[in-house]
Ligand binder design. Sequence first.
Ligand code: ARG
Length: 279
Amino acid sequence: MTEPRVPRRRRFVVCEPRHFAVQYAINPWMSTDRPVDVIRALDQWQALVDTYRAHGHTVDTVAPVPGLPDMVFAANCAVVVGGRVLGSLFHAPERRPESVPFEAWFKTEGFEVHHPESVCEGEGDLVPAGRWILAGTGFRTTPEAHREAQEFFGVPVISLTLVDPYFYHLDTALFVLDDGDGDGDGNIAYYPGAFSPGSREVLERLYPDAVVATRADAMAFGLNSVSDGRHVFIAPEARELADRLAGLGYVPVPVDLSEFHKAGGGIKCCTQEIREIRS
Ligand code: ARG
């Protein structure tokens, strides 16, 4: 029994991986002994952008800055809800300068930007999910930043504790399949092993019908996916998860970003979403 799934057009912001590299190791996926192939990375990234556009989504770009090799992970640089932009204060000193060009870009586009006072890594850990924002802590974003986000957006923020260093950002362990379109709770997919016992209970309570993924699908970056409510842009190696989603009426669209896995990132990490005020 499958329901028809209706996509909603999105506005995304991305950053070309012209200066992408693994020059430091700030998560267990990164090793400076494993070089990245920049040409391959550029091709994979371009394919992601082309795929979004082919599905009717708008994609804007922020110019990459030399010396900031993780800038391609645009999702970490802000979170935008109702047209308000909460910038980022990175945990790693190497990434802190990234927030400058991103916040400048948002200001040029006419957005109000608030720079956080505590460590806060944008949509990496703050995942807007319709009526509330799901928020990760444990490795990067702090509980103080969760409170700051709630105060800034005026939207309930639900704190979840991450416990597995491979899933150091919430968006590596969970993604929103459908945000309820302002009416209803929507649904998510997640990997329970990434969360503390109490946080797992919170997710079970909020999302009794969630799609629960395996560790293998999570390690394949299957939960670092982007859904428009119908199409799910997903890592091709996350086969079991893609099959389950197809069985629920979603349309998995495989996009290979394997070169970026070497830095601990995938599809969602490369994709910042601008959520304007919806009527
Ligand atoms: N190397 C980056 C870091 O560790 C990867 C960030 C991936 N982004 C994400 N949203 N999970 O900060």
